[in-house]
Design a binder for this molecule. Structure first.
Ligand SMILES: O=C(O)CCC(=O)C(=O)O
Length: 260
């Protein structure tokens, strides 16, 4: 299926996996610390989706520190244990082969697609992941559902077989997204059926898009990990460089830098 369609759906792949549980449990602990700091009430049993939804309802920026920790690159040990687990790497190596493998600089994303019209601009239009990462045209993305599926929370549309014509031309839209400049009617569009713990493995050139979250107060929480093969023409010609982004941090002289 992967070779022909450009993606694989691994139902329940990480459900009950100890590294996935540990990662989400770490994220929940940190989310509760943010709740306590900001007087947001929660139940001890709340999962990560409930917690980020409650934080977001109080103030949309409150979940952001969690999203930064899980993104470019994932800074949690538990997140890295999962990213480099045998469970995921077995799939990665099966697809990318026994080549020199790597993860691009911006390989990881942990984020929530929240229920608010003003957040719709963060939902990605039709695209392939490659322009966001670069490094190698032989690249895969693993999309992991960290929240349960609920009606109207949205998900992924993919265009089957579109990876075979990639890399596709692209342009940047007003929301800073790389949009594929293609006639997508050439391919069959499929809406992926997903639920908590599923892993969707996509070729880096597979055309896909996120769906708008139309719920009142629920969130689609996802983790993405990307892996590349460094023995390809593009990666060798580009000296294996990948795209880099500026992330929040502490620079010399900043408020949090106490150095005199
Ligand atoms: O909306 C989603 O869940 C998918 C996000 C996505 O397509 C991406 O980050 O490349």
């Amino acid at each position: 299926m992967y070779k022909e369609k450009g993606y694989l759906i691994l139902k329940g792949f990480l459900r009950f996996h100890p590294y996935f549980d540990e990662y989400l449990s770490d994220m929940c602990k940190l989310a509760k610390i943010i709740c306590d700091k900001n007087n947001v009430s929660y139940e001890e049993s709340d999962d990560i989706e409930m917690l980020v939804s409650k934080l977001f309802a109080k103030e949309p920026t409150l979940p952001m520190p969690l999203y930064h920790l899980g993104t470019q690159n994932n800074q949690l040990l538990s997140g890295n244990r999962l990213k480099y687990s045998e469970k995921l790497l077995d799939v990665v190596e099966e697809i990318l082969g026994k080549n020199v493998l790597a993860t691009p600089c911006a390989s990881d994303t942990f984020t929530g697609f929240h229920a608010k019209k003003s957040m719709n601009k963060y939902v990605l239009p039709i695209h392939e992941d490659l322009p966001y990462l670069l490094q190698s045209e032989d690249q895969i993305t693993v999309w992991i559902a960290c929240s349960p599926y609920v009606k109207d929370v949205g998900g992924l549309d993919v265009w089957e077989g579109s990876h075979l014509d990639g890399p596709h031309p692209y342009y940047k839209n007003e929301n800073d997204h790389y949009v594929a400049d293609v006639d997508e009617t050439k391919y069959k569009k499929v809406n992926i059926d997903w639920d908590f713990g599923d892993a969707i493995v996509m070729h880096g050139s597979l055309l896909h898009r996120g769906q708008i979250n139309k719920t009142k107060n629920r969130t689609r929480v996802i983790q993405l990990f990307r892996y590349s093969n460094l023995e390809t023409e593009m990666s060798i010609n580009n000296n294996w460089l990948s795209r880099v982004y500026t992330r929040p941090g502490i620079k010399p002289g900043d408020f949090y830098d106490k150095c005199k």
